[in-house]
Design a protein around this ligand. Structure first.
Ligand SMILES: Nc1ncnc2c1ncn2[C@@H]1O[C@H](COP(=O)(O)OP(=O)(O)O)[C@@H](O)[C@H]1O
Ligand SMILES: [Mg+2]
Length: 459
């Protein structure tokens, strides 16, 4: 483009100059004669050539570079920082061209840096785990991040440029914004949102945006999803309530029967023995409960200290079988053991005994007289499988996923009659997971239940 118009301009000036010289020739030459005439024509021709060369020089060294510089500057103004002008190796305009190119390079660098910084901020803001909204001092929304949109739905166009109270319906958010503006301090509130049919608890924090000269410029709202925290808090509350409830029953009973005894029932020997039996049974329940609770709290400590040893199954199992055989006999339940010989693996022998005993006791407790329980241990290259099966009452399908919860029982009364605390399987699960293993349940109501503990050999 520059070259074309330069070419034109140069041509125009050449034509103009040539015309002037021809005119001068036409006017002057008729007034001369002979040698004089030859001299005039010669002088005019020389002058013409010198002027032409001079003009060409001016064009090349001044007009052309200046025009190129103008073009480049024009592009820079438009925001195209990739352009560079041609630098002639010599001539007065060389410096100008070089400076303009330097300027273009600096601008380009600044632009790239700014773009990178901008995109870094964008990345940070959009990948924050909390929702974010920026409001100016008049209440108009300037920015929302990705998490915010996940929480509140819609896209950013729905919010940006609108007044916050027109796009957010929650009164507590309005209150947080108003108080943040009023007191110019951090303010908090809470809302609940329904996201994909699930209730989410959101904490709203408003912080004022204050500039260098201490003027309020707006507010930043941050939205934290605290649903999980709430759940943990609720679980703790439930646990305390459950523990109190579990403790209350035997204590009430012990107290009631002792009072009755003191009120005179003591005199009747038969009644006295009956009541003392109950008191003994209830205090055993209390003891079992406290023991299980202590055990659980030990297991839940940050780093559970397992005392790992090489376990040789054949020795390790004898303790378990003697205990269980006796219990099973008492209830006329047959007990079968099926062991693969010579299995050994690494683990905490006492705790794993606790696991197997708990599962077998459950088998006895939830199987009617005449039933059968079995223990099967096998091993392959990577893992040991301990299978405890019974032919008992089974677990309804909708309860299976809950039986490892603390205090969960399918049938509260039955569990209590067997002396269960509702904590056995919670303890089992903890121990298995501390060994990096897993536990699986298969059950059919009135047919029986099978628990399988899978323990990795290497860990
Ligand atoms: N082998 C089983 N057969 C049927 N139900 C079982 C069996 N093992 C556990 N359960 C159910 O799981 C619940 C929780 O078990 P657990 O934590 O050991 O507590 P509990 O003290 O009641 O035995 C029991 O109350 C029972 O309803
Ligand atoms: Mg149990």
């Amino acid at each position: 483009m520059g070259d074309g118009s330069k070419g034109n301009l140069f041509l125009r000036y050449t034509v103009m100059m040539t015309s002037v010289f021809i005119l001068m020739g036409i006017v002057i030459v008729p007034f001369t004669t002979g040698d004089e005439q030859f001299f005039v024509i010669f002088a005019l021709t020389i002058a013409y050539i010198i002027l032409l060369v001079l003009m060409y020089h001016l064009f090349e060294n001044y007009v052309k570079p200046i025009r190129a510089s103008i073009n480049v500057t024009n592009e820079l103004v438009k925001g195209n920082y990739n352009v560079r002008t041609y630098v002639k190796p010599a001539g007065e305009a060389q410096q100008l061209s070089e400076l303009i190119n330097q300027l273009a390079r600096n601008l380009q660098e600044m632009y790239i840096q700014e773009k990178m910084q901008g995109s870094q901020w964008k990345t940070v803001i959009n990948n924050m785990e909390s929702g974010l909204m920026l409001i100016d001092e008049r209440g108009y929304v300037h920015l929302v991040n990705r998490k915010f949109l996940q929480l509140f739905g819609e896209n950013s166009l729905h919010y940006i440029g609108y007044l916050y109270y027109d796009v957010l319906a929650h009164k507590s958010i309005h209150r947080v914004v108003q108080e943040t503006f009023l007191y110019e301090e951090k303010m908090t509130g809470a809302i609940t949102l329904s996201i994909e049919n699930q209730k989410h608890h959101i904490e709203v924090v408003g912080a004022p945006v204050i500039n260098d000269v201490k003027e309020l410029k707006g507010a930043v709202l941050v939205f934290h999803d605290i649903t999980d925290l709430k759940r943990v808090e609720q679980m703790r509350k439930d646990f305390v309530a459950n523990v109190s409830h579990e403790l209350k029953t035997p204590i009430t009973s012990i107290r009631g029967f002792s009072e009755t005894l003191l009120d005179g029932a003591m005199e009747d020997e038969k009644l006295c023995k009956q009541f003392l039996d109950i008191i003994l049974k209830e205090s055993s329940r209390l003891q079992a409960l406290v023991q299980d609770l202590l055990e659980l709290s030990k297991l839940e400590k940050e780093e559970l200290q397992l005392s790992k040893k090489m376990i040789h199954i054949d020795e390790w199992i004898t303790n378990i079988t003697t205990l269980i055989e006796q219990q099973a006999n008492n209830k006329s339940i047959s007990f079968k053991v099926n062991l693969e010989k010579g299995i050994s693996f690494y683990g905490d022998p006492d705790r794993l005994q606790q696991v197997v005993l708990n599962l077998l006791y459950n088998g006895i407790n939830y199987t009617a007289e005449g039933g059968e329980i079995s223990l099967q241990i096998s091993s392959d290259k990577d893992a040991v499988r301990i299978k405890v099966a019974d032919t008992g009452i089974g677990i309804p399908e909708d309860s299976i996923h809950r039986i490892f919860e603390r205090f969960y029982r399918v049938d509260r009364a039955r569990s209590r009659n067997t002396g269960g605390t509702g904590l056995g399987l919670a303890i089992v699960k903890h121990i298995v997971e501390a060994h990096k293993g897993k536990i699986e349940v298969e059950s059919e109501v009135n047919k029986g239940t099978t628990f399988t503990v899978i323990l990795p050999k290497e860990w």
